[in-house]
Design a protein around this ligand. Sequence first.
Ligand SMILES: [Ca+2]
Length: 601
Amino acid sequence: MTSQIWVSGFRNRGQPMSSGNGEGRDVRQLKVFAPAALSGLLVACAGVGPASPGTSENLASFSAKCDALSAAMLAGAPVSDLVITTSEWQSAGVSEGGSGEGQSPLPSHCLVEGFYGEHEGRIGGPYRTGFRMRLPLDWNGRFLFEGGGGSNGYIRAATGINGAGNPTALERGYAVIAQDSGHDNDRNNVPSHGGQLVFGHDPQARADYGHASLKSTYNLGQHIVTAFYGRGSETNLFWGCSKGGQEGMAFAQRYPDAFDGIVAVAPGMALPRAALAQAWDTQALAGIFLARGEEPTVEGFRSLFSNEQSDLVRDATLAACDRLDGLEDGIVAAIGQCTTARVEPELRARQCNPQGANACLEGAQVDALIKIMDGPRDAAGNKLYSSWAWDGGVGAPGWRGWKTGMVDGPPSLNILLGGGSLASVFTTLPTPISSDPERLLAWQLAFDFDDDGQKIYAVEPPYTTSAWQDVGMRSTDLAAFRDHGGKLIVPHGSSDPVFSVLDTLDWWNGVNAANDGDAASFTRVFPVPGMNHCGGGPAADRFDSLSALESWVIEGVAPASIPATAGEGTPWPGREVPLCPFPQIPVADGASGYRCGLVGS
Ligand SMILES: [Ca+2]
C-alpha cells in the first residue's frame, strides 16, 4: 500500500504501514552504534561539546545537559507557553520511545518532546502544537525538519525518514524535528464535526495546519539546537511527502529564509483543488453503478475494477504510449505525449462484446476513467484543478486504493479522507458532517462544482482567510527563496492518484517563466514514471533525494539526474531508471541503459 501518508493522519501515532518511498524504513540500513565506536564519534564531536573529545566526559556532559533541558533552560524560546514533557538521553541502540515505529536501534541522542501555543478554539479544543526533536551526540552541524502527512494530528518519529531504504537524517547526524501542526487526533476529535478533521472548524487550527505552525516550530527547533550544542546549525534542510511536500512548498513560498534546501515529494500544493478532484472522481465512478442498475456504496466502490480489468487499463496505456519515449520497456516516460486521444481507442478496443474475451472493460468503466483523467470542471467547462497523466501506474493498487478502494484493502481514501477534508477543512464555511463513510459518499455525490466548488476560495467570518489561502501553496513566485540561495527538489509520481503530476509540471513552467527560463538553477521537478503517491506502482521508486539535495546545497552540484531502482513487486526488480529533471525524460542509452534527454533526443 502506498496510501499510508494520508491514512496515518487518521491514527494516533503515524505508524508507517509499509515501504512507499515517502514512508517506511528499511531496518537493514540502520547502523548500530556499538560502544566501541563511541570514541570515534566523540572525536567527530570535537568543538561541539563542552568536554574534551575522545573521553567519556563528552558523552556524560551531553547526557546531563539533555536530562536538564527543561522549559526554564529554554527561556526565551520564540513560542508562547512552551511546555517540555520529555528531555531524555537515549543511548545508542535504544529503540524509539513511543514513536510507534518499531524497535529500530538509533544512535545516541537527546530526545525532547513538548508542546506550545495552547488556545481554546471554536470547537474541539483546546488546540496546541506538539513536537518531537532528536539531537544526536555525533552531530553533523545540520538541522532537518521532517514534514507531516495527511491531515497530520500526530507527531512523527523525528528520525528524518526520507524514502524507503535510505539512511534516516538522524543516522546521517542531523538534529531532527517533527510536529503535529497544531492539533491532536486523540484530543481534538468530534464525531459530529468530521471526527479528527474537526480542526477545520477553528480558523487558527486550520491556518496552523496549512502553514502557520511551520515557522514557529522551525524557530523553536533552531532555538533548541543552539541551547543544546552551544551554536546554531550550519545547514537547514526540509524533507516531506504529500502534506509534507505541501509544507516544503509553504516554507519556500512563505518562509523563504528558513531553509537552504527543500525536498518536496508529491507536494499537495493545491490540496483544496485536489479535494475537488476527489469528489469529481467519486461522481465519475458512480456512473458505473448507474450503468449496472446499482446504488453506489462505499463497499461497492472497492470492487469497481477487478485486478484483471486494471491490467487491461495498463495494457491499453502501454499499447498507446510506451513507444513514444523511443523504448518499449513498460515505462511511459513521455507523459506529455500520452494523451486521452491516443489511449481511448486502446481502452475501447478492450471493451466487452458478446464475442470478446473473458476479461474486458465495461463501457461505463472506460467512460469513468476518461472523465477522471480529464479532471474536475465547472458547468461552463472551466478546469477546477488539473488533468492527470496516463501512465503505466494508472489502475495499480496504489492508484485504486484512493479512487475506489480495494477488496483486500481499505475503502476508497478519496471518499474517506477526500470527502471529509473537503467538507471540514477545505471549504468555508465548513460543513458539520460525521466521518461515517456512507455519509461522506452521499455528500460527495451531492457536491455541486459550480456553487460548492467556489467555497475553497470563500472568506466568511470567523475565517479571515480562505482555505486556499491557508493551505494552497502553489505560488510560482519563489524569488525570495531563490535570492536566499535555496534549492528545491520535487520528485512526483507520474500516476500519483492524489496530486496530479501535470499540475506540478504546470507549476514548474510558471516558475520557469518567472525566472526567464532559468528555474532549473534552483528548482527541479523529477517525474517518476509509474510511481503512485510517494511510492509504489510499476516504478523505480527507490531513490535518495536527500543525498541529491545535500550535494546541491553543500557541494554546489545540481542534480543532473537522480539514480533510482525498481523494488520488489515491480515487473522488473532491480532495474535502474534515472529520475530526470523535467522537461528531460529517461531515454534509451545502449542495450538496456538510460540517460536523461529530451523526447526524441
Ligand atoms: Ca517506454
